[in-house]
Design a protein around this ligand. Structure first.
Ligand code: ATP
Ligand code: MG
Length: 420
């Protein structure tokens, strides 16, 4: 399905070119690599555009998350970006939320640029929920959020404008809420595994903020992370230092000497209780006809933050190493014929066959030196690089190089067709 969005796969026709240098003011590794590879463009601190290669990655991340959201009964929608001031006044967050972007139009009307969407979804839910029979419900979206982040120096890990998946769930009883919360927890684990971050991402107990005792975060180990967690390597569970200043014990096995690690919060899940239901009067009639407040949960994942985390943690000095599941293409076919017509013809032919078999392939058909092509290929970080040469033709094979470990093999072209 992704193919229908982007038909250009010849690198000579690609909208972007790789760059030797990232902008001078860009200090984060994730943005440096992603800018140099042509995935994103920096507009100003904390604001980035996604270019064709970057959008392919973003859409793959989105689809993995979407499959999981659908799996747990979420219904996808798209809420507005401009928010009425009145809604934010009702919850008190017009005044209390420091990072809210407030805008005024030429008629003097004030509004907010949505940093999160409880203020929009709860009044909508109120129109459709009246009885216990209407619940439970869960809805989600992928949308740009706006936050006045003062520390916007971490590339796409902390944007002033960024794409989030936010899921909101609505329940009658605490038990029903808890069951759903556990379901989301499990599904998030699957998501981070599929995104290629499973080995370094840990469920983390965190403060519940003002609404509840605990919330849970998903934290990915990284030396540039802004969070500090205490990790129990036995249970693969962590505790956020923010709630527990002193190193404490594992919430699961009681182990005491936990390891202190820096990490990036890639997702979180929250019990909202009745905070927003109360603000907007979101209630349902129970079986005895009595009005009760609806219980709510919210669950976020930052898509750009995931992409940036991958660029930070799954990369080497040469560039990014995309996990297959979110790579912009599966294969990078590099023409190294250097003008040798017969080799070029074979490479062209292989490109067409790969397309026919539905393998996503970026074809470096540019008229530049092989060394430059290989360096670009390492920077862009497609999982497999394929080369046709006189030597491989003699053996009726192609050369396949794996980006993550440099392993090189001669394989039959049929093998490539299995690398979807
Ligand atoms: P942080 O503590 O890092 O500021 P948060 O607690 O404000 O995060 P939420 O409001 O719960 O985050 O947002 C849900 C998810 O959205 C986060 O887990 C993270 O993945 C992502 N996210 C939050 N803020 C940003 C941002 N400024 N840029 C990119 N992604 C973000
Ligand atoms: Mg924040």
């Amino acid at each position: 399905m992704l193919l229908q969005y982007y038909l250009v796969m010849r690198q000579s026709e690609l909208f972007t070119k790789t760059k030797k240098e990232a902008p001078k003011d860009e200090i984060s590794k994730n943005a440096q690599l992603l800018i140099r590879g042509g995935f994103i463009n920096k507009e100003m601190a904390g604001v980035y555009s996604y270019l064709p290669l970057g959008l392919r990655v973003l859409k793959k991340i989105e689809n993995i998350i979407r499959e999981s959201m659908n799996n747990i009964g979420g219904q996808e929608l798209l809420l507005s970006t401009l928010h009425p001031k009145e809604n934010w006044q009702k919850t008190g967050r017009w005044e209390s939320m420091d990072d809210l972007y407030k805008i005024t139009d030429s008629s003097g009307k004030e509004m907010a640029l949505g940093p999160t969407h409880e203020e929009i979804i709860v009044p909508i839910a109120k129109q459709f929920v009246s009885s216990y029979r209407d619940l439970p419900l869960s809805v989600y979206q992928f949308q740009n959020k706006f936050r006045m982040e003062l520390r916007a120096k971490s590339g796409i890990l902390r944007g002033r404008e960024f794409i989030m998946k936010d899921l909101y769930s609505f329940h009658t009883t605490e038990k029903d809420f808890n069951d759903y919360y556990e379901k989301v927890k499990k599904e998030y684990k699957t998501i981070f595994e599929r995104l290629g971050l499973g080995d370094i991402t840990y469920l983390t107990v965190a403060s519940g903020g003002t609404f509840s005792k605990y919330s849970h975060e998903f934290q990915t180990l990284s030396s540039i992370g802004e969070d500090i967690i205490y990790l129990c390597e036995v249970c693969s569970i962590a505790v956020n230092k923010e709630i527990q200043k002193e190193q404490q014990e594992c919430p699961q096995c009681g182990k005491k000497d936990l390891s202190e690690q820096k990490s990036i919060e890639v997702g979180n899940i929250f019990n909202l209780k009745v905070k927003f239901s109360d603000a907007f009067g979101l209630t349902y009639k129970d079986e005895s006809g009595k009005e009760q407040p609806v219980l709510m949960g919210c669950y976020g994942i930052g898509l750009g933050r995931v992409m940036g985390t991958v660029a930070e943690t799954l990369s080497d000095e040469k560039g990014i190493i995309w996990p297959h599941s979110i790579a912009p293409f599966t294969l990078h076919l590099v023409d190294v014929s250097g003008g040798d017509g017969s080799i070029q013809k074979k490479t062209d032919h292989l490109y067409n066959e790969l397309l026919e078999k539905g393998v996503t392939v970026l074809y470096d058909d540019r008229d530049v030196r092989a060394g430059e092509k290989f360096a670009d290929s390492d920077l862009i970080g497609i999982p497999y690089r394929v080369v046709v040469s006189a030597k491989t033709i003699a053996e009726d094979k192609v050369e396949l190089v794996e980006r993550k470990n440099g392993n090189t093999e001669l394989v039959s072209k049929e093998k490539l067709f299995t690398l979807q």
